[in-house]
Write a protein that binds this ligand. Sequence first.
Ligand code: APR
Length: 247
Amino acid sequence: MNSELLAKAAIKLNRSKYTTAFTGAGISVESGIPPFRGEKGLWNKYDPKSLEIDYFYEHPKESWEVIMEIFYDFFGKAKPNRAHEVLAILEQKNLLKSVITQNIDNLHQEAGNTDVIEFHGNSKQLVCTVCRKLYKVGEIKMEPLPVLCPACDSLVKPDFIFFGEGIPPLAYERSVEAAEKSEVMLVIGTTAEVMPAGQIPVLAKSTGATIIEINPEPSMLTRFTTDIFLKGKASEVLDELLNLLEA
Ligand code: APR
């Protein structure tokens, strides 16, 4: 790790009055959850079509089979890793405000961050597509597939955003507001390929934020948006950063 860049990032973080974090699947890789893209990406193994909203309504059983395998059989058991823990410590030290996450794994909340903006929803909640009743995962029967609403027998959907669905308006609004207020934005573990999420760090930059990116690989942001690129795994880089921070 480049100690000069780390020191530069630490100075920015110590001086910032409004720091936010924007996270993607990469921050959960060390919790055992594979990313979507890259050599071990989930989209190499599963067809992302299964998570398109039209496909879900046309082929609910097939779509639910993929959803169950990726997000419930697998994700469900993951625990926060050191990277999630450090972000929670930064909030406790008043060095971090909101975490804007594209992830649906609930790990930021489980690590202790209290202001988590879920850009793509959360996999721990289910919603009936007709009566809109909300259920917690495990609260209702989830087999046989597709999952049906105990109240009205209609198709139940995980309460996260499918391809082709709009971003939850409140999450979008709060993300834009947090980005515009940011003096520093930590961008951790994202290719920033998916829109409109990928625009949030660009917006923060356009309103004056310093973008500190943490990733083993460059992303769509690295060349033109990122100010300080800290190459490495989220847990290692964040741990080293924490050691350099005051308070
Ligand atoms: N620490 C930090 N970053 C890592 C690590 C790690 N240990 N391991 C991998 N990464 C990086 C990869 O280099 C890559 O840039 O994490 C990123 C993962 O990228 P994606 O899989 O594209 O995940 P993300 O950017 O969150 O995808 C955005 O796409 O499929 C949709 O809705 C889904 O929210 C997701 C969105």
